[in-house]
Design a binder for this molecule. Structure first.
Ligand SMILES: Nc1nc2c(c(=O)[nH]1)N[C@H]1C(S)=C(S)[C@@H](COP(=O)(O)OP(=O)(O)OC[C@H]3O[C@@H](n4cnc5c(=O)[nH]c(N)nc54)[C@H](O)[C@@H]3O)O[C@H]1N2
Ligand SMILES: Nc1nc2c(c(=O)[nH]1)N[C@H]1C(S)=C(S)[C@@H](COP(=O)(O)OP(=O)(O)OC[C@H]3O[C@@H](n4cnc5c(=O)[nH]c(N)nc54)[C@H](O)[C@@H]3O)O[C@H]1N2
Ligand code: SF4
Ligand SMILES: [Mo]
Length: 705
């Protein structure tokens, strides 16, 4: 007998509601749940493939221990108790012998998509007192967080585009038609854009590639990679020179902004970016006169050389044009569990300490992952000797991954919490696999906070876990408690008991408690009665200054970190020569570096190629489809090239998350997925002031093989 179950997709930030038809433990079909007030029935190819992860024979279900190395490695299943003890013994040994900082931790992207990780993972990381904390944040959204911390007083108090009511939407360095939105939880982006146009609104895209999003926009303009800062500052220049801007009484620093942008003329921006000065002037004018307009920018810009300045400028544009906290502009969510207002997630800080080898500043307790490799390789006090990775694959996802791959072999001990042997976890001594999306309860603590509409939803596990499986929160609990028990460091009894109680309560229990602390009226039992989710309405305007997390309830338009970086920007000379600049690419069917085991996501036309403008191919006498050698400061890869007029001349593009061939040790079928890792070319020396990697705009040369 088949039955219908409500599920949720946790593969990207769109958090689509699912309707599954199941029979026993088999998934017969997966559809979008039309009753879901946020996703309204939307689903993408990956959502359907969520069942492929569940049934994948290569997915780990029990802990494995590595025997041998590299091509000779084999994996032996071991019991959970043995695995937990192995991890705790070794983490404690390294900490006792070499100090707290000898343990490195790396957190990957799926942590943000797992309730257990948010409730229990964070407690585990806090229990380790290492400064060597790293995550995918510093190859992603770190500039957004730093800017929110500096301007609004909290790293996750992020303004969200009011896409359902805006009339003018400027998208810079984002491709939501493929990515389904980021720092903007926006399931069904295609329909929302159609609605925007139907009500007479416009979408404008700035991107060095004519992307899927550019193709459905009203306007698209090329910008040279890495030069958006000049464009954004020129728009601010225009805003502040055509008339005297006014800002709300709770906003400080306007004079400094006016001064800072004085030299950033549209003509200067044209020289740097290629975007004509008159277009920049017109765009600034349209933002001001729009009846609710908003500027939105994402990873093409935040993972660039001036990510922090750019995200600051985006906020300034929205504020100075009167579009922050206004319907159709940029608004703050009011989630049923307010992880910001309740202090569940810390405000953030910057430069409280620095990395040992390169002296890079921390942000919100983390060091830039671009520094991880050198912290493992460089001897001395504080050297990373043991590593714990959770749901991550830094060998494929962080700059100079090839060299990190080599460095990981030098560790005394490595453990991974992951559901696959991947390019990174293959170096682990032991891998502890948690249950996956369909086997665990979910409430989204992160993405309701970033969504284009206020909703709340609790999704019980679709399938019960098998007796010999563990949820991630149970794994975090065991690692924390068993490691602590082996350390000579004395923790007061009361503190230990509180920690134990916190780690023993299930995530679902904690969600019930957190909901009661809020004033939304939503309770766990109401959510259980309405598994499609509860609609809490559109985003609210006119919430400021009361909602501001900053202690003085004010917005700072001129944080020192930004002011200093703008001065550095002003000194950059005009680009010369005809070097090629490498940018990234996301496809609908890809999910960062994993999901390449799914047949339905990997069949069809190959999409791993280097895309290059036909003019650039001609100039090098390279034919479409040829194998080419791509070289950057840090490495060389060989890959097929595909001609594409969608690429701005002078720009080449590779997707990230490819390159699974490593010593023949692979995520099984992914061996058939061709391609190379873009991060064997990206450069750990290229950083934004926040410490975020500048993954886009990497200088490369391309020649025929
Ligand atoms: N050049 C370039 N590099 C990039 C990017 C880019 O645009 N260009 N994008 C960057 C961005 S935005 C990100 S977020 C990073 C991602 O980088 P990472 O977070 O390092 O890597 P992922 O590919 O997301 O790998 C996730 C791993 O988690 C495992 N996993 C999946 N679900 C679970 C789970 O529920 N629990 C556990 N424990 N494990 C699970 C998967 O098997 C996989 O091995 O890549 C970054 N790297
Ligand atoms: N299908 C799919 N969806 C995903 C993911 C995935 O791997 N696959 N990953 C998820 C994750 S972890 C994240 S963080 C989000 C990211 O979501 P998005 O930010 O929407 O990610 P991308 O699709 O990489 O879009 C970045 C865009 O920036 C452009 N770009 C590159 N360099 C520059 C530049 O210098 N200036 C400008 N203006 N543009 C530039 C690129 O051409 C690209 O179109 O996507 C999420 N959704
Ligand atoms: S858009 Fe994102 S959340 Fe929705 S089905 Fe696709 S991968 Fe899942
Ligand atoms: Mo990401």
């Amino acid at each position: 007998m088949s039955e219908t179950r409500i599920g949720v997709c946790n593969l990207c930030e769109a958090i689509c509601g699912l309707e599954l038809t199941v029979e026993g433990r088999d998934v017969l079909s997966v559809r979008g749940n039309r009753a879901d007030p946020l996703s309204r029935g939307h689903i993408c190819p990956k959502g359907v493939a969520i069942a492929d992860v569940y049934v994948d024979p290569d997915r780990l279900r029990r802990p494995v221990r590595r025997l041998g190395e590299g091509a000779d490695a084999t994996w032996q299943e071991i019991g959970w108790d043995e695995a937990f003890d192995l991890v705790a013994d070794n983490l404690a040994r390294v900490i006792e012998q070499h100090g707290d900082d000898a343990l490195g931790v790396y957190l990957g992207n799926p942590n943000a998509h797992s309730l257990g990780s948010m409730t229990h993972g964070t407690a585990m990381f806090k229990s380790f007192r290492t400064k060597n904390r790293y995550s995918a944040t510093s190859v992603d959204q770190l500039p957004h967080q730093l800017v929110a911390h500096l301007m609004f007083g909290h790293q996750l108090f992020l303004p969200i585009p009011d896409i359902d009511r805006t009339s003018w939407f400027l998208v810079i360095g984002a491709n939501p038609m493929a990515s389904n939105g980021s720092l903007m939880t926006v399931p069904d982006f295609p329909q929302r854009v159609r609605d925007l146009k139907a009500r007479g609104g416009r979408m404008v895209v700035l991107d060095p590639r004519r992307t899927e999003t550019a193709k459905v926009a009203d306007e698209h303009h090329f910008v040279r990679p890495g030069t958006d800062a000049w464009v954004l500052l020129a728009m601010l220049h225009e805003l502040t020179t055509r008339s005297t801007p006014t800002v709300a009484s709770y906003v400080d620093g306007l004079d400094t902004v006016v001064e800072l942008v004085a030299g950033f003329t549209p003509e200067r921006a044209e020289e740097m970016s290629g975007l004509p000065a008159e277009e920049i002037r017109r765009l600034a004018g349209e933002l001001v006169t729009a009846d609710g307009g908003v500027v939105y920018s994402r990873i093409g810009v935040s993972a660039g050389p001036w990510g922090t300045v750019c995200q600051w400028a985006v906020n300034c544009l929205n504020i100075l044009s009167g579009n922050l906290d206004r319907v159709g502009g940029a608004l703050f969510t009011t989630p049923a569990i307010d992880a910001v207002g309740t202090g569940l997630i810390g405000r953030g800080h910057f430069d409280a300490w620095r990395s040992r080898v390169r002296g890079l500043p921390e942000t919100a307790g983390e060091l830039p992952v671009s520094a991880l490799r050198e912290e493992i390789e460089t001897p001395g006090e504080g050297q990373v000797r043991a590593l714990l990775t959770v749901a991550g694959n830094p060998v494929l996802s962080t700059p100079d991954g090839a060299r990190l791959d080599t460095a990981l072999r030098d560790l005394d001990f490595m453990a991974a919490v992951d559901i696959y042997v991947n390019e990174t976890t293959r170096h682990a001594d032991v891998i502890l696999p948690p249950t996956t999306a369909l086997e665990r309860d979910h409430y989204d603590l992160v993405f309701h906070l970033l969504a284009v509409r206020n909703t709340a939803r609790f999704t019980p596990a679709v399938f019960d876990k098998e007796a010999d499986q563990r949820h991630d929160w149970q794994i975090f609990r065991e690692i924390t408690l068993r490691t602590a028990a082996r350390l000579s460091r004395k923790v007061p009894l009361k503190k230990r008991l509180v920690q134990r109680a916190r780690l023993t309560a299930s995530p679902t229990f904690l969600i019930g408690q957190l909901l009661r602390r809020g004033d939304s009226g939503v309770t766990l039992s109401k959510l259980r009665a309405r598994p499609a989710g509860i609609d809490l309405g559109p985003l609210r305007a006119r919430q400021l200054p009361d909602r501001l997390p900053s202690k003085n309830k004010r917005i700072d338009l001129a944080p020192a970190v930004v002011v200093e970086d703008v001065a550095r920007l002003a000194a950059v000379p005009r680009p010369v020569g005809d070097e090629l600049l490498l940018i990234g690419r996301r496809h609908k069917q890809d999910c960062n570096s994993w999901m390449h085991n799914s047949e339905r996501l990997t069949r069809g036309r190959p999409r791993h190629q280097l895309l290059m403008n036909p003019e650039d191919l001609d100039a090098r006498a390279i034919t479409d489809g040829a194998r080419v050698r791509v070289t950057s400061r840090v490495g060389t890869v060989e890959v097929e090239v595909a001609a594409s007029a969608d690429l701005m001349p002078g720009v080449v593009s590779l997707p990230h998350g490819y390159g699974h061939a490593k010593d023949g040790v692979l995520m099984s079928r992914s061996r058939d997925v061709p391609g190379v890792s873009i991060n064997d070319l990206t450069d750990p020396e290229l950083l934004d002031v926040s410490g975020n990697a500048a993954l886009n705009g990497v200088p490369v040369s391309v020649s025929a093989c």
